[in-house]
Structures are given as structure tokens and as C-alpha cells.
Design a protein around this ligand. Structure first.
Ligand code: FES
Length: 89
């Protein structure tokens, strides 16, 4: 990766050019890109890249962003102490 790379998914280090290349190949949903490139699968679970990728999908498909499927959204994984779980019992 060069210093000037346009990294969109910082967790998985995926550049916008790579995303555009895969969209041009016909991968036109967030979940398809996620399966192929792992975008949205980093520690932030897509909070850092999902909106940018959805905008890119909107631009290349011509669909309004409201019609683009945002894909499966899961809460971010956050470690907690076992004592916190034990307190509830
Ligand atoms: S920036 Fe893409 S998963 Fe975190």
C-alpha cells in the first residue's frame, strides 16, 4: 500500500479503488463486498466504512442510497469483565 492510498476500510485496509473494482465486477451489495473483501468485519463492524461504501454503491448503481441494502449490522464486540456478568446474579 502506498502512502497516498485512499483507504476506506481502515480496519481491513481496503482502498476505494479495490472497492470500485469489485463493484465493476458485479458485486453490488454491501454484503457481497463484505464476503469478498471483509469490509465491515473489523473491530468497528463497519461504523468507519459502511456509509462510504454505500455511497459508492449508490453512485455506481444509480440507485438512491435509501434503496441500497446496508447489509447485516451486528453490534461491535466489546470485552467486559466476568465480574460484571456475575454481579447480576
Ligand atoms: S473501517 Fe471497515 S470494518 Fe472498521
Amino acid at each position: 500500500m502506498t502512502e497516498k492510498a485512499n483507504v476506506i476500510c481502515r480496519c481491513e485496509e481496503i482502498e476505494i479503488e479495490v472497492i470500485r473494482e469489485w463493484i465493476a465486477r458485479g458485486y453490488d451489495t454491501f454484503d457481497e463486498l463484505k464476503r469478498e473483501l471483509r469490509v465491515g468485519m473489523g473491530p468497528c463492524q463497519g461504523r468507519g466504512c459502511r456509509d462510504i461504501i454505500l455511497r459508492e454503491l449508490s453512485k455506481s448503481t444509480g440507485k438512491p442510497i435509501s434503496e441500497i441494502d446496508p447489509g447485516t449490522i451486528r453490534p461491535p464486540v466489546k470485552p467486559i469483565k466476568l465480574g460484571v456478568l456475575a454481579e447480576d446474579q
